[in-house]
Design a protein around this ligand. Structure first.
Ligand code: K2U
Ligand code: ZN
Length: 173
């Protein structure tokens, strides 16, 4: 198991449409494990393969936040939203590829998602609450969309400039 480096915005690899996974291989199972370890280490509650530079349709999540609760790690291959509620929720979102920047994003409060699990088995179920926000945030990553794309051009530009400065400073270290 490895902790993988997370790409930081702006990066063209974060804007690409990820490729479908034809079948779940041993390598992809290992990648899902590494993504979960990377996510827990960040810490985060979700991570999409493009964020670690792999342009495939794979996301991992564990939105159980309570310290004493049992973790619920999930790996979803080729996830897609099949239904979204009209009701919406506003959540102050962040992103591991846009560190320390937060903004309110409005999304459907419930979604039904179908996907393939690590054994290649199909699933479809409804997600609510933080799980719904997270799964939509992660599927956006597979379509090259970041939470800042829901903000005004001015706010998006301000955050992008902060990330460009951060990357310049990191490059000097
Ligand atoms: O994709 C990512 O960058 C992981 C995000 C997922 C996420 C963002 C906003 C709302 C829900 C999920 C990270 O987990 S950001 C860190 C975080 C941690 C706890 C709650 C919300 C965000
Ligand atoms: Zn993100």
């Amino acid at each position: 198991m490895s902790i993988l480096p997370i790409l930081i915005h702006p990066d063209p690899r974060l804007k690409k449409l990820a490729d479908p996974v034809p079948q779940v291989t041993t390598d992809l199972r290992a990648l899902a494990d590494d993504m979960l370890e990377t996510m827990y280490d960040a810490p985060g509650i979700g991570l999409a393969a493009p964020q670690i530079g792999v342009n495939q349709r794979l996301i991992v999540m564990d939105c159980v936040k309570a310290e004493d609760a049992t973790p619920e790690p999930m790996a979803l291959f080729n996830p897609e939203v099949t239904w979204a509620s009209e009701d919406t929720n506003v959540y102050e979102e962040g992103c591991l590829s846009i560190p320390d920047q937060y903004a309110e994003v409005t999304r459907p409060s419930s979604v039904r998602v179908k996907w393939m699990d690590v054994d290649g088995k199909p699933h479809e179920r409804e997600f609510d609450g933080l799980w719904a926000t997270c799964v939509q945030h992660e599927i956006d990553h597979l379509n090259g969309k970041l939470f800042i794309d829901y903000l005004s051009a001015i706010k998006r530009q301000m955050i992008t400039r902060k990330m460009q400065k951060l990357k310049r400073e990191k490059a000097r270290m």
